[in-house]
Design a protein around this ligand. Sequence first.
Ligand code: PMP
Length: 438
Amino acid sequence: MGKITNVKDRLPGPESQRLMAISQQYEARVQGYQAPLVWDHAEGVVVSDVDGNRYIDWTSGVLVTNVGHCHPKLVHAIQEAATKLLNCYEFPTEPRVMLAKRMVEITPPHLDRAFFLTTGSDATEAAMRVVKRHTGRYEIISFYGGFHGRTAEARSAGGLGGVRRGFGPTVPGFIHVPYPYCYRCPFKARPETCGLLCLDYLDTTVHCLSTGSLAGIIVEPYQGSAGFIFPPAGYLKRLEEWVRAQDLVFVLDEVQSSFGRTGKFFAMEWEGLTPDLVCIGKGIGSGMPISALMATSEVLTGLKSGDLGSTLGGSPFSCAAALAVIEIMQEEKLVENAARIGAILQQGLRDIMEHSRYLGDVRGQGMVAGLEFVTDKATREPAPDITVRVISEAAQNGVIVGKVGMYGSVIRVAPPLVMNEEEAHESLEIMEKVILSL
Ligand code: PMP
């Protein structure tokens, strides 16, 4: 066992077993596969389960606790806010207006308005409402593999079978096009030589399928739920140029890529993108329920009172938490830390891939990566069974990971941004042992 982790016996421990049995009996069984343990408390990047085992967290919940679990300054801000004012609906409050000011200050200059909601899905739904209201048109381009939430329009914009299938018709008006999933390119092309063929395909598809009511486009800077698919350098900028040439509203879904995750505060900074609307969630509250829609004043023209709204959106309580998160990120230089520690993780994971029979691809940026497992590196057949083994063996050895991907074959790597070098090396050593013993 390492210095930080300590898993005493075969999982699940007795207390976890007891609680998992109650869960089996009373909870809706809709959760994805997780290691057999019950979380009790966590601090920084270290999670303790109810049996007293300690693990290094490579999940941040689901890319949420960017400032680390239960950061004392965040906990203090929440406690203080809770004693003062929990909710007041649309009245302005000091935390809400100050958070709007801070968000406008930290996002690229063209984004000069903020609106707060509760979840990532709220933010993407709100963005699509703005697109339609602003343009008076209704068609939105979205991507194979895209994930924007489970609510009606978000699900319809999405391109993952698990979200779309079995729930009846989707909302009309979405035109889906392939995202550059270069490891499994549908055109069997290679990023070094293809000249971004998928962008030509996008142009043709839209030309043929649009009814003439094109309004906007919604895209993730990298696709998280589809399996941490990172587009080749330059793709998003070229996409933006195309969007501008068509006079469409550009929506960037940064629900999971923002707040330092990729080694920049916002992923849009990597290529200097200037989206009209940016959806932000997860890390902004680092565990508190808050999301944001950042916008240009221009794209909000035409919106009337009542066009956007949410019962708990922008509550003084959540806004106070988000203000504390921004302060912590800046004081502790967490974006820089994400870039520095992220580079160690990315390199370490690539080294493991070199020696592994089943780890076919490692993709990532900063403190986020996807490990795609295959049954055979030559055929690239997805290996969802292997990811299940990785999850349970990793936990058994002291690291918590999760799985995603359109084929369930990708392990998600997304530790809290406060991770230090020792924690990075210890968890990499554990993962090396787990992956190389498959
Ligand atoms: N957009 C993206 C890119 C996401 O990753 C998610 C959540 N995984 C959402 C939207 C939906 O967020 P929420 O679950 O908070 O509604």
